[in-house]
Design a protein around this ligand. Structure first.
Ligand code: HXC
Length: 262
């Protein structure tokens, strides 16, 4: 349990997958200051808990998250918004830095800050009727929680600009085509499909999975030479782990794909 609007739940069928459940249905899960703070706490908690091997972000059936809370933001001053957007960016970055596979299970709207939250997951599964987008331009502003940065890294600059300049909603089918989501399923199956996607990774090797995630994500933030250096250090670092001993020993003794990790 975390707070009033965000809970960390465990599914009895998949005890090693933590569900970060956002639950503020009256405002379609809009991210006010409290929700943002609770997301940051939830991210820190699932990151630190060794029994959690993968994570699903889920907002219920009607909406994943319909964005930052417009009613709360509308009258903020420039100075207040500097702090507000810093808090939201930091919360979403703490989701992006969870050193475990993270899946966003998107049913309904993932708009503005909601789309930006989904971009912080490693994978996105969406229901057929899901709508994703960065509608901020229609409010006279721009994405402020990573959308101008993470979206072009995922779908490329032209597609990201088209989405950000127009603010239009992208349907699930198109989102799949442009790589904004990875799988589209019937709406009623979003949660179970997200769970299944996350559960693929719960048998580890946890340290190598964390290293793989960090190498890819940090590498995307830097030049190729630095990225290769990050990879080399992560790769050789894994030779200090049980996972590497178990994995390679198992290959030599039993052949490929037979290792059982801790
Ligand atoms: C505050 C919101 C909200 C939001 C919905 N609600 N989105 N409140 N902030 N982002 C509230 C509505 O006001 C309404 O409250 C209730 O949730 C239900 O929403 P409806 O509009 O009645 O539902 P519907 O007609 O189905 O339309 C759904 C919708 C629409 C298409 C998602 O609500 C919408 O366009 N929402 C705003 C989406 C958006 O612009 N997001 C970007 C926000 S800016 P009441 O009390 O009337 O029942 C952003 C910036 C991030 O994210 C960076 C900040 C640093």
């Amino acid at each position: 349990l975390v707070g009033e609007f965000v809970r960390v739940e465990t599914d009895p069928d998949h005890p090693a997958v933590a569900v970060v459940r956002i639950d503020r249905p009256k405002a379609l899960n809009a991210l006010n200051g409290q929700v943002t703070g609770e997301i940051a706490v939830a991210a820190t908690r699932v990151a630190a808990d060794a029994s959690v091997r993968a994570v699903v972000l889920y907002g219920g059936e009607r909406a994943f998250v319909a964005g930052a809370d417009i009613k709360e933001m509308a009258e903020l001053t420039h100075a207040q918004m500097l702090e507000y957007s810093r808090a939201l960016q930091n919360a979403l970055t703490s989701v992006a830095r969870i050193p475990k596979p993270v899946v966003a299970a998107i049913s309904g709207y993932a708009l503005g800050g909601g789309c930006e939250l989904a971009l912080c997951a490693d994978f996105r599964v969406a229901g057929e009727k899901a709508r994703l987008g960065q509608p901020e331009i229609q409010l006279g502003v721009i994405p402020g929680a990573g959308g101008t940065q993470r979206l072009p890294r995922l779908v490329g600059p032209s597609r990201a600009k088209e989405m950000v300049f127009s603010g239009r909603h992208v349907r699930a089918e198109e989102a799949l085509r442009i790589g904004l989501v990875d799988e589209v399923v019937p709406d009623a199956e979003v949660y179970s499909a997200g769970m299944a996607m996350a559960a693929r990774y719960t048998d580890g090797p946890a340290v190598a999975l964390a290293a793989a995630k960090e190498a890819v994500d940090r590498g995307l933030e830097t030049d190729l030479d630095t990225g290769l250096e990050i990879e080399r250090l992560q790769f050789s670092g894994l030779f200090a782990t049980e996972d590497q001993k178990t994995g390679m020993r198992s290959f030599i003794e039993h052949g490929p794909g037979k290792a059982t990790f801790q």
